[in-house]
Design a protein around this ligand. Structure first.
Ligand code: MRU
Length: 359
């Protein structure tokens, strides 16, 4: 049985990108239309849209928006001149957030298309739009495949701990880590989720609890420091989290705090899984040490709901992500199956399998 989620995070509608505004959670659940490339850059940077797969699709939409505007603004230029300008905009868009590789991956797909032969600008824009819509639809199918594979390793009646939000609201719909939860829940409604709050931006509290509650999946919110306590009490059966970038050896960048959860899971002998599409794997880098970590606004740490929570002038460091070493990861759940250590080998085989399907 397949779980039907009500959530659609981002969609190309009438030549604009319509997305749920995630800065308004949990008080409001509203859609905004992003109409220009620069608006898309800001939407990604300010986290109106967030989560690695969702910002990938936002990137693909953003390229179409720049192309649409370019046709109006750049005057009577040749297809080649148009392409040169558009490729510059692509690089700008891809720089809106540094860690999640899906953004660079999706923009790169659009860049490859731009570099192919096109008789005129309209055909190019049509092709870019078609590719963005295809990627959008594929994202849901990929998540459902991740969900199906992941559900196979969820014990009956399990309590699953997750960190941050790797759900429908971090993807086009359905989710990666929460896709595993949804697929498992469709066959066993006795499973439940423990959601870490995920300081400083509170994606676990604001987003994960919202979407799981909307879909009727039993969820308990805990603060980040509580996870080892519940593990020690035997109350957590497995951990599933998403990923922003995975290196060739399996080291995985995800929201800050994930590494702590993985260490605690290892200590308590609890399986720790990453759920992510192959587009999150960056085989151009060998280890997690090469993953760029976003340094975010210090106000995220010093303030909660606009109110300061610390002494003025205190030093602040605010990395948005950390890297979980591959030794702590029981498996990487992808759309082509669950990859197991040795990840250098299993990741290589997964890409070979994917290419065989594409040919
Ligand atoms: O900073 P965010 O909210 O974009 O970070 C999101 C995460 O770290 C997610 O867990 C990750 O992108 C996986 S999304 C399926």
């Amino acid at each position: 049985m397949e779980f039907e989620s009500k959530i659609r995070t981002i969609q190309w509608v009438n030549n604009v990108s319509r997305m749920v505004d995630q800065t308004k959670f949990p008080e409001e659940y509203i859609y905004v239309d992003i109409k220009t490339g620069d608006e898309m850059y800001d939407a990604i940077k300010t986290m109106i849209v967030r989560g690695a797969p969702a910002i990938g699709i936002a990137g693909a939409h953003g390229v179409v928006l720049y192309a649409q505007e370019g046709k109006e603004k750049w005057g009577n230029i040749s297809v080649e001149e148009f392409k040169t300008k558009l490729l510059e905009k692509c690089d700008y868009l891809a720089s809106s957030r540094p860690t999640a590789v899906n953004l660079m991956w999706a923009v790169e797909q659009q860049k490859k298309l731009i570099k192919e032969t096109h008789s005129d600008i309209n055909t190019l824009i049509e092709d870019l739009t078609k590719q963005a819509i295809r990627m959008e639809n594929e994202d849901i199918e990929i998540n459902k495949a991740i969900g199906r594979y992941g559900a196979e390793v969820v014990p009956k009646g399990a309590t699953i701990l997750t960190h941050c939000n790797a759900g429908a609201l971090a993807t086009v719909g359905y989710g990666t880590a929460l896709g595993v939860v949804r697929s498992a829940f469709a066959n066993d409604n006795t499973i439940q989720v423990f959601a870490d709050e995920t300081r400083p931006r509170q994606q676990g509290a604001r987003i994960t609890t919202l979407e799981l509650t909307m879909d009727g999946i039993p969820t308990t919110l805990i603060t980040d420091g509580m996870c080892s306590y519940f593990m020690s009490k035997g109350m957590i059966d497995m951990v599933v989290v998403g990923a922003d970038r995975i290196a060739a050896n399996g080291d995985t960048a995800n929201k800050i705090g994930t590494y702590t959860v993985a260490i605690a899971a290892k200590y308590h002998n609890i399986p720790f899984y990453i759920a992510a599409p192959l587009s999150t794997i960056d085989t151009s880098i060998q280890t997690g040490a090469e993953i760029p970590i976003e340094e975010r606004d210090h106000k995220e740490v010093t303030h909660i709901n606009g109110k300061t929570i610390c002494a003025e002038g205190v030093n602040i460091i605010n990395p948005g992500f950390d890297v979980t070493p591959h030794e702590l990861i029981s498996g990487i759940i992808t759309e082509v199956g669950i990859l197991r250590p040795d990840y250098n080998k299993s990741i290589k085989e997964a890409f070979e399998k994917q290419n065989a399907v594409l040919v």
